[in-house]
Write a protein that binds this ligand. Structure first.
Ligand SMILES: Cc1cc2nc3c(=O)[nH]c(=O)nc-3n(C[C@H](O)[C@H](O)[C@H](O)COP(=O)(O)O)c2cc1C
Length: 226
């Protein structure tokens, strides 16, 4: 099944969510991947701390693993499979299992440190390690502030090992009006680096952009005016 998806050029991706602030970015990314016809399969992994942040920031009280993808999505999923972070024997822990790339969003500084130093004690860390050794795309949407010297060194080490570092630093030149605008444009920039350019992506030109409002169907908070 999966090899057929790869052969038909549908992307098979890993979406990892760790315990940094910014759960809304994970939600929007999942929504965009689910809605993207070029994506055949999404392997979703959420760390234990990631689940805690989902509870804090999105009010997701999740008791069953099976419910996590649809709760995070804010509706039904059709191509997302959920894998436990403790399952280091899952498919994506092996380089023999074909995936096109991996995105960690949000990425905690702890997870960054593990990946930068090749420590694979969880499925997320192992899958990232596999992406680096197999020279597959790995994007780390790191979030914290301020950044310590340790964080900065780890970002450099991970980037030198082949990862793309995408700190969650939204842009403002597209004149966002809502939190949803900010989040969507950041996610568009990230997905473009996986070869998944989005129609909603704002492209800078010297002509001033029109005021825009891109609201996600899920998450009323995203429509709060800035
Ligand atoms: C509500 C909440 C927000 C957090 N925000 C951040 C953050 O923005 N960046 C970060 O590096 N860690 C943050 N942490 C701490 C991490 O969750 C913690 O270091 C954890 O061990 C990371 O584990 P993980 O990488 O396995 O998810 C936060 C924790 C909580 C509970």
């Amino acid at each position: 099944m999966l090899r057929r998806e790869i052969a038909s050029e549908k992307q098979s991706l890993i979406l990892a969510v760790t315990g940094a602030s910014g759960a809304i970015f994970a939600r929007r990314t999942l929504q965009m991947l689910e809605g993207d016809a070029r994506v055949g399969r999404i392997h979703l992994v959420v760390s234990g701390s990631g689940l805690k942040v989902l509870r804090e920031e999105l009010d997701l009280g999740i008791s069953e693993s099976a419910a996590i993808p649809s709760r995070l999505m804010g509706g039904p999923v059709c191509k997302t499979v959920y894998l436990l972070d403790s399952d280091v024997g899952a498919s994506i822990a092996s380089g023999s299992y074909p995936v096109n790339g991996m995105l960690v969003i949000p990425c905690s500084t702890g997870c960054l440190a593990q990946i930068a130093h090749g420590i694979s004690s969880t499925l997320i860390e192992r899958a990232a390690d596999v992406c680096l050794k197999e020279q597959r795309k790995l994007i780390l949407a790191v979030r914290d502030t301020p950044l310590s010297r340790v964080h900065l060194k780890n970002m450099l080490a991970a980037q030198e090992a082949g990862a793309g570092i995408f700190p969650i630093i939204p842009a403002f030149y597209h004149r966002p009006q809502t939190i949803g605008d900010l989040v969507t444009q950041f996610c568009c920039r990230v997905l473009a680096h996986l070869g998944l350019e989005q129609d909603e992506q704002f492209c800078w030109s010297s002509v001033a952009p029109k005021r825009q409002t891109v609201n996600s169907p899920a998450g009323r908070d995203e429509t709060h005016r800035l």
